[in-house]
Design a protein around this ligand. Structure first.
Ligand SMILES: [Zn+2]
Length: 172
């Protein structure tokens, strides 16, 4: 099921959310919905708070090669346990901030620990787009958006555009 995606500014996108204590069937279904919503958008990552789920759950698939098989990942309670000193810059966007992009610098490599759909502990080191995306999604669980990394003036311009977008959508 495709879920509606919250648009910035929204207080739910500014909250630090709690870990998932128990991976219930309901949460598994929600994770599947999040993947469907992400692919439909289309996007490469989605975090719980973006659909109003205030729990530490993210989904992502950064496989950009059309010929490659999709690689959907569901991460409960993802945690960055190591980051490289080396940085990389990507132009980021966000499904909660449609059609706005900005360059953000982040560690080029991160090692993430999480629980998968079956509650099994997983650990993997990500680089390139995957590293940026997983950091962006984990930020969402701490109430942080990519525009928090850019200048206050640019942030304000984008926020005003989003306020207008929400007004226009409400009227439509
Ligand atoms: Zn985002």
């Amino acid at each position: 099921m495709i879920r509606p995606i919250l648009i910035h500014p929204d207080p739910r996108l500014k909250k630090v959310v709690d870990p998932v204590a128990d991976i219930t069937d309901d949460l598994r279904r929600t994770a599947d919905d999040m993947l469907a919503t992400m692919y439909d958008a289309p996007g490469i990552g989605l975090a719980g708070p973006q659909i109003g789920l205030m729990a530490r759950l993210i989904v992502l698939d950064c496989e950009k090669d059309e010929a490659a098989a999709p690689r959907p990942l569901i991460m409960f309670n993802p945690e960055i346990i190591a980051s490289s000193d080396e940085k990389s810059v990507y132009e980021e966007g966000c499904l909660s901030i449609p059609e706005q992009y900005a360059e953000v610098e982040r560690p080029a490599e991160v090692t993430v620990r999480w629980m998968d759909r079956d509650g099994k502990a997983q650990e993997e080191t990500f680089d390139k787009l995957w590293a940026t995306c997983v950091q962006h999604e984990i930020d969402h669980l701490d109430g942080k958006l990519f525009i928090d990394y850019i200048s206050p003036i640019k942030r304000q311009i984008i926020t005003r555009k989003m306020q207008k977008l929400k007004r226009d959508r409400a009227r439509a």
